[in-house]
Design a protein around this ligand. Structure first.
Ligand SMILES: O=C(O)CCC(=O)C(=O)O
Ligand SMILES: [Fe+2]
Length: 320
C-alpha cells in the first residue's frame, strides 16, 4: 500500500447508478463541451452516489496528494482504436468523457485552456507521431517531472488522469516530495519571490516564451502545508546565483529520489494534487497502431471564482 494514495473502490450498485446517470446526460447534451452541460455539471454531481461524494471529500480534506477511483468497467472496445491525433477525437459524447467530468467535478471546477487542445475540457493523452521528441504528454521521450502550468496563477489545483487503454502498462511517474527533508536554508531561498518561470505551452515560439513568464517563489506555505511550482525545464536557471542553484538542486534531488510508478488500468481515474506532486513519464516506444495507451486528462480548479473574469468570451470555463 502506497501511503500517498487514497483508494476508492466502486461497488457494482454504485457503478449501475453512475451508468444510468451518464445515460441521461448523453441523451440530453451533445458533448462534454456543451455549454448547457458545463454550466450545470456541479449540480449533476449531486446525483452521484453519496458514499463516493463523501470519499472524495475525505481525499481533499485529509490532504492526500493522490486518489484513485477503481471499479469502473473497461469500455475501451466501445471507444475504438487509440486515435492518431487529438483533433481526430470527435466523440466527446462518450460514456468515459462524462464519467471523467463527473468524477473531476468532485474535486472542483473542470476548466480548459484556450491554447491547449482548443480549450477542450477533457484533453487527450496518447502518443502523436509528430510530437515523439517533444516534452509533451503526447510525446515519447523521457517527460521530465513537472507540475502543470507552473508559470500560471490559474494552474490546476488537481489533475485528473482517466485511463481508456493501457495494454502495455505504461506508468505515469509521480513524486510527492517530503519538504521537511529540505534544509531550512533551502526552504528560505526557494520561498523568495524572484524565480523566473517560463510559460510551457507548446504553441509558443522561443521568442514568445522569452516574453511570457512569471516571477514567483518556488515554494509557498510552511510546516506541513508547503506547495511547490516545479518545472526545472522552464525555470530560468541562468539567472540563479550559486546559493539559489544549490537550493534548486536540493529540491530536484529530493523530488527525483521519491518517484513511484502509477499504472492505470482501463476505467480507473486518478487525481493528483498539482501543488504537491510532480509528475512525468519515462521514455517509451509507441506503436502508433491503435493499441497505444490512451488517457484522458482534466484540469481542476478549486478557486475558479478568482479567475472567472478571465474566461474567454462565449466559452464557459475556458481560461486563456
Ligand atoms: O503520460 C503521462 O503519464 C503523463 C503525461 C503528462 O505529464 C500530462 O499529460 O500532463
Ligand atoms: Fe503533465
Amino acid at each position: 500500500m502506497n501511503p500517498f494514495v487514497y483508494s476508492i473502490e466502486l461497488s457494482i450498485s454504485e457503478v449501475d447508478e453512475i451508468q444510468s446517470l451518464i445515460g441521461k446526460l448523453q441523451a440530453r447534451y451533445h458533448s462534454t463541451d456543451d455549454h448547457d452541460f458545463v454550466s450545470v455539471l456541479p449540480e449533476w454531481v449531486e446525483s452521484l452516489p453519496a458514499r463516493l461524494r463523501i470519499e472524495l471529500k475525505k481525499f481533499r480534506y485529509q490532504d492526500y496528494p493522490l486518489v484513485i477511483i477503481k471499479g469502473y468497467p473497461d469500455m475501451s472496445e466501445t471507444m475504438g482504436a487509440t486515435p492518431n491525433h487529438w483533433k481526430d477525437v470527435y466523440n466527446t459524447n462518450s460514456h468515459y468523457d462524462y464519467y471523467c467530468c463527473l468524477m473531476s467535478s468532485l474535486c472542483g471546477d473542470v476548466v480548459g485552456f484556450s491554447d491547449l487542445q482548443e480549450g477542450k475540457l477533457v484533453q487527450e493523452i496518447f502518443p502523436i507521431k509528430q510530437d515523439a521528441n517533444k516534452q509533451l504528454g503526447t510525446g515519447a521521450v523521457n517527460l521530465l517531472l513537472h507540475t502543470e502550468d507552473t508559470s500560471l496563477d490559474y494552474r490546476a489545483d488537481y489533475l485528473g488522469f482517466m485511463c481508456i487503454r493501457n495494454n502495455y502498462r505504461i506508468p505515469t511517474c509521480v513524486s510527492v516530495p517530503n519538504f521537511s527533508k529540505l534544509s531550512e536554508k533551502t526552504v528560505t531561498i526557494l520561498k523568495k519571490n524572484k524565480f523566473r518561470i517560463f510559460n510551457d505551452r507548446p504553441c509558443l515560439s522561443k521568442e514568445e516564451r522569452d516574453e511570457n513568464y512569471t516571477i514567483c517563489p518556488i515554494l509557498t506555505g510552511s510546516g506541513n502545508h508547503i506547495h511547490m511550482r516545479y518545472d526545472p525545464l522552464y525555470l530560468d536557471k541562468d539567472a540563479l546565483n550559486n546559493e539559489e542553484r544549490e537550493a534548486v538542486n536540493e529540491l530536484e534531488t529530493l523530488t527525483e529520489a521519491t518517484v513511484f510508478d502509477l499504472v492505470l488500468s482501463p476505467g480507473e481515474i486518478a487525481f493528483i494534487d498539482n501543488y504537491r506532486c510532480a509528475h512525468g513519464r519515462k521514455a517509451y516506444q509507441p506503436k502508433y497502431d491503435g493499441t497505444d495507451r490512451w488517457l484522458k486528462r482534466t484540469q481542476i480548479l478549486t478557486r475558479l471564482r478568482d479567475f472567472k473574469h478571465m474566461m474567454l468570451p462565449g466559452r464557459i470555463n475556458v481560461l486563456p
